[in-house]
Design a protein around this ligand. Sequence first.
Ligand code: NI
Length: 143
Amino acid sequence: MEKKVAIFRKEHFNAAHRLFVPEWSDEKNREVFGKCSNPHYHGHNYELIVKVTGVPDPTTGYVVNLSVLSDLIGKEVLAKFDHKNLNLDTKEFAHLNPTAENIVVVIYEMLRSKIDPKLDLSVRLYETERNFVEYPVSLTVDG
Ligand code: NI
């Protein structure tokens, strides 16, 4: 039986955002999103963990070359989001609330089309040390 192995690459970016629903009053936005709805934005130090799962190539022994994966994340994700205001500086969140949930799905989509379809991909995003999201949803607790 072919043995699947998961490999992980951790990356980091800083970005500002504001969570709000444009149709709502400032008051209602504050009620729902709290400090994350501060009209003048605020920043997070996002930790991004990209997980690729597959059978190691019989010749190289690699599931995926980590340096190639790192370059891909840098080009597709970090170059677009690092040190940016997600609401104002990115097309992805011009009309989409930049919650951790929405950000992780957007990052997954950015990477999915660039990674060999026979490899599984999942993305975990830490907005703070204690608050993090994952997409797609894994069935095991430790992912
Ligand atoms: Ni926030």
